[in-house]
Design a protein around this ligand. Structure first.
Ligand SMILES: Nc1ncnc2c1ncn2[C@@H]1O[C@H](COP(=O)(O)OP(=O)(O)OP(=O)(O)O)[C@@H](O)[C@H]1O
Length: 267
């Protein structure tokens, strides 16, 4: 694995035709930690992810990985610098086997050129064997090694999501951006996926930025949480600290935390 560097977001602002989706937000993802970005619907979480991965351009502010500025780079350059993203919706080609899908994830690490691979030169054959071995290791790590020859579309939903995680790991990333990784999963799949994510941090030392609505998963997994509401950062810190923060409770419930409404009293 390559060095893991801090991911620094500073004064990040994104405006869409009069609407400020992100308003000068900042946070730092410490190397080898899980940093959750949470907030009610429309808070700006996806916008933040889209800037981190290069899909959206920041109106103002910056994103750095170590000393390298990511702001304004296209998605493939950001991915090339070791920031891998997993989308909320399934993105693997359904008829391709898990093994070949994961191999595709290693594309940017492939040294042999197109011609060498096409001519089956010994160097290219050796390289492909090494990549396939690494694919197997990663599949074992994620717990899908017995599915390597299965088309991804034939896997249960939870395993398809794990295959996507495995494909992102195949890029040997420094930072993983996980967009609602447990959405749509059964309780069992959620537990298993959360355990794999914790393993990615603890065993591989990769930093993870997590957008997730499942608060149980966020509170169990995150080392630090940034809370957004209407594009602003309203709180940040350890999971314990943010879940007791009155501004966070108010943002989620839409009413002041200590506001004993009559509705509750008569319920
Ligand atoms: N491409 C866009 N063009 C215009 N407005 C946008 C665009 N993308 C997001 N927005 C707006 O920016 C605000 C933040 O949206 P965003 O999707 O980032 O929130 P979110 O926290 O991810 O919400 P959810 O939890 O519902 O996914 C919203 O008001 C949304 O309508």
């Amino acid at each position: 694995m390559t060095d893991v560097l801090p991911l620094k977001v500073r004064e990040l602002t994104v405006r869409f035709a009069g609407l400020t989706a992100l308003d000068a937000i900042g946070f730092t993802v410490a190397p080898g930690t899980v940093h959750a970005v949470i907030g009610p619907n429309g808070a700006g979480k996806s916008t933040c992810f889209n800037v981190l991965s290069g899909v959206y351009r920041a109106t103002e502010g910056s994103v750095h990985l170590g000393d390298q500025e990511l702001t304004g780079l296209p998605p493939h350059r950001i991915a090339g610098l070791g920031v891998a993203r997993i989308f909320q919706n399934l993105a693997l080609p359904p008829r391709t086997t898990v093994a070949d899908s994961l191999l595709l994830g290693r594309h940017r690490l492939t040294r042999s050129g197109f011609l060498a691979a096409g001519l089956r030169l010994p160097s290219a054959v050796r390289e492909e064997r090494e990549h396939r071995e690494r694919v197997r290791e990663i599949a074992e790590f994620v717990g899908i090694a017995d599915q390597l020859d299965t088309p991804t579309g034939a896997l249960p939903y939870g395993q398809q999501k794990l295959a996507e995680l495995a494909r992102a790991l195949c890029m040997e990333p420094r930072v993983l951006l996980l967009d609602e990784p447990v959405a749509g999963m059964t309780a069992d799949e959620r537990r298993r996926t959360a355990a794999v994510i914790a393993g990615v941090r603890d065993s591989l030392g990769i930093s993870i930025v997590l957008v997730e609505h499942d608060m149980g998963v966020v509170m169990r997994l995150a080392d630090e949480v940034t809370v957004l509401d209407f594009g602003r950062r309203i709180a940040g810190g350890s999971p314990d600290r943010v879940q007791n923060d009155p501004a966070v409770i108010q943002a989620y419930l839409g009413a002041p935390a200590d506001d004993d409404t009559e509705g509750e009293a008569t319920a």
